[in-house]
Write a protein that binds this ligand. Structure first.
Ligand SMILES: [Zn+2]
Ligand SMILES: [Zn+2]
Length: 342
């Protein structure tokens, strides 16, 4: 089969012919129909993250049709439309058994540790295949598996309740999903903070109250719009210490700040002013859980979560075109959200 693979970090991906992967009795073989090209893939190609093997087929946002099922598989059938949860966990270790399988001691991510979806076929454990209703295109189904799923998990980590207020720092793919999901989970007012006008416009189209951080102090603005109270839940989806501080500073009494954006820079806070005085919490959020995906897909099916804006370009399974898109992501000419469609 055709596959587009990382052979040497720092070099362009290569088009290769490799055997169709073997699938075991508890696995499904999926004919890939759509694979999202994610910003992480650009990091992997550049060699900024260690890979589980080389060469490796990239791609962790995958949807397709079941081609074949193993003899012990009862949950999905051949020709069914599915999308794939990208983390393969053992199901047996302490973390898997306690429902936190993203911390599985042997977790493997497709397109990072093992072969992913920049290929015609992929073999996966059947429990990773989630039915994809006909109302959702393969391309949209693929993109649900990463940013939208991470946004849902972050809101759940923030224990968002009906009637609460939310602030979202960073209106990228994560932020746009988070705005809609927060509303669906019962948030009354959702404030969206960014410095780009086009992103803020999109945020208000989805019902958020835009806050232009290039013109005003986002924290002061949120304080004044909430009559001094601050918000109940604030999400940081950028990965900068400065916006993390703002996220925490925008909280009200018993507020929860959820940090999703990645950073390794130490974060300095005033514990009395920001935490103790408000009984506030700072919470980390990492990836998402398999059991959150059916809910997410249902929300997309009912159009509570509209992902039609996400896919801005469809390209074939072609190394040259994929490398071009990864170059765009490297150069931050973003808003190019390409999906490989076969
Ligand atoms: Zn991704
Ligand atoms: Zn495990």
């Amino acid at each position: 089969m055709e596959a587009v693979r990382l052979v040497e970090p720092g070099k362009p991906l290569e088009q290769q012919k490799i055997p169709i992967p073997p699938a075991g009795e508890e696995d499904v073989l999926v004919r890939v129909r759509a694979t999202g090209i994610c910003h992480s893939d650009a990091h992997y190609r550049a060699g900024r993250s260690s890979m589980g093997m080389l060469p490796i087929t990239l791609g962790h946002e995958v949807a397709g049709e079941v081609e074949w099922v193993g003899s012990k598989v009862t949950t999905v059938k051949a020709s069914e439309r599915v999308c794939l949860h990208y983390n393969l966990s053992c199901g047996d270790c302490y973390y898997c058994k306690s429902g936190n399988e993203q911390f599985c001691t042997t977790v493997k991510m497709i397109g990072h540790h093992i072969d992913g979806g920049y290929a015609e076929y992929i073999a996966m454990p059947a429990r990773n295949a989630i039915p994809l209703p006909a109302e959702i295109s393969f391309a949209e189904g693929a993109t649900l598996m990463c940013a939208s799923a991470t946004a849902l998990h972050a809101l759940r980590r923030g224990r968002l309740k009906n009637g609460e207020t939310v602030a979202i720092f960073g209106v990228g793919g994560l932020g746009l999903s988070a705005i809609q999901l927060a509303k669906a989970l019962g948030a009354v007012d959702v404030y969206a903070v960014d410095i780009k006008l086009d992103k803020l416009e999109l945020a208000s189209e989805y019902g958020a109250i835009p806050i232009d951080a290039s013109r005003a102090d986002a924290v002061e603005e949120i304080r004044s719009l909430t009559k001094g109270k601050g918000v109940d839940v604030a999400l940081e989806m950028i990965g900068l210490p400065a916006t993390m501080k703002q996220t925490i500073a925008s909280l009200g009494v018993l507020g929860r700040a959820v940090i999703v954006g990645l950073s390794q820079t130490p974060l300095e806070i005033n514990p009395y002013q920001t935490l103790i005085g408000y009984e506030a919490e700072i919470i980390g959020s990492n990836d998402h859980l398999l059991h959150e995906l059916p809910l997410l897909i249902d929300m997309a099916r009912k159009k509570v979560l509209d992902t039609s804006h996400v896919v801005s370009q469809k390209i074939p399974l072609d190394a040259q075109k994929i490398n071009q898109r990864l170059d765009d992501l490297e150069n931050y000419t973003d808003d190019v959200r390409a999906v490989i469609v076969q």
